[in-house]
Design a protein around this ligand. Structure first.
Ligand SMILES: *[C@@H]1O[C@H](CO)[C@@H](O)[C@H](O)[C@H]1NC(C)=O
Ligand SMILES: *[C@@H]1O[C@H](CO)[C@@H](O)[C@H](O)[C@H]1NC(C)=O
Length: 266
């Protein structure tokens, strides 16, 4: 009888050792799983550039224009992209007349430099300014707007024109474009072509095209450029129809991306 408890005492630790072993193993596995999971998603580190960011140079649109031989800068205040698109079209137009333009986001450049535009021969600043909400500037034009209001700088010798984008049904129709047009003149800049008024409730595209058709001949006269050469300096295309092509083998995606052929997006 007396041996029985002894036998039990000997068996008990054996079971609990196995339990302990299994428990430790499972706990170990769980911890390992958690640790390896954490390692799998490391916190991204953003390295600071040693050199001053190149953007410090690029905030000067004057230097950029001088370096690339451009004489026309088209600033845009754009919320939905239409103002930006118009600015791009105007800057591309310029080469038709032997000039070089660039579209520029006022948020990315130091607008205090506007007065220096007079340093560039035959230069011109175009502003495609959209009005937002209750006559407000677009987000990207807010700083420029603030600067215009506070500035008492002299813009003598700066030639400019403005195309405004807005919606006539709003109370403050084209308020931003009208303000920029008026304010630049107050600061001493010279309006070389009348303010264009684009109405999105009517036909904004048509308003723009009409303004642009009158604007370029006027500029050619202003710059003493002959407008006759028209399309001679731009690329020309020929349309050919190929009906014999297997359309499943025609690539219609974007060329510039890696693997874009395998995973095509329209
Ligand atoms: C601005 O236009 C005037 C003529 O209206 C011209 O004399 C002047 O040179 C122009 N300024 C620049 C910087 O091109
Ligand atoms: C212009 O504003 C009116 C009134 O808010 C609106 O009904 C109309 O759709 C707007 N036009 C465009 C093209 O957004």
């Amino acid at each position: 009888i007396s041996t029985q408890p002894e036998a039990m005492e000997e068996e008990d630790p054996l079971f609990s050792n196995l339990d302990l072993f299994l428990f430790t193993l499972i706990a170990g596995l769980i911890i390992y799983w958690f640790m390896s999971r954490k390692k799998a998603e490391p916190i991204p580190e953003f390295k600071k550039l040693d050199q001053p960011a190149p953007s410090t140079q690029e905030t000067s649109f004057i230097e950029k224009m001088k370096k690339t031989g451009r004489n026309i800068v088209v600033f845009y205040g754009s919320q939905t992209g239409t103002g930006e698109e118009f600015a791009n079209r105007l800057s591309k137009d310029a080469q038709r007349y032997g000039m070089k333009g660039m579209a520029a986001d006022p948020e990315e450049y130091d607008m205090c430099e506007l007065s220096r535009l007079a340093e560039i021969d035959n230069s011109l600043a175009i502003f495609c300014m959209a009005t937002y909400g209750e006559g407000d500037p677009t987000d990207n034009a807010q700083d420029f707007y603030d600067w215009l209001q506070e500035s008492d700088g002299e813009l003598n010798g700066v030639n400019y024109t403005v195309f405004a984008l807005g919606n006539k049904t709003y109370e403050h129709y084209n308020a931003m474009g009208v303000y920029v047009d008026k304010r630049l003149e107050e600061l001493g800049a010279k309006r070389v072509f009348d303010l264009g008024m684009g109405d999105d409730d009517g036909n904004l595209e048509e308003d723009f095209v009409t303004w642009r058709e009158q604007f370029w001949p006027a500029m050619c006269e202003h710059f003493g450029v002959e407008a006759s050469g028209e399309d001679s300096s731009i690329r020309q295309y020929e349309l050919k129809e190929h009906n014999d092509i297997n359309m499943n083998k025609v690539y219609t995606g974007e060329l510039g991306r890696l693997k874009s052929f395998e995973t095509q997006k329209p």
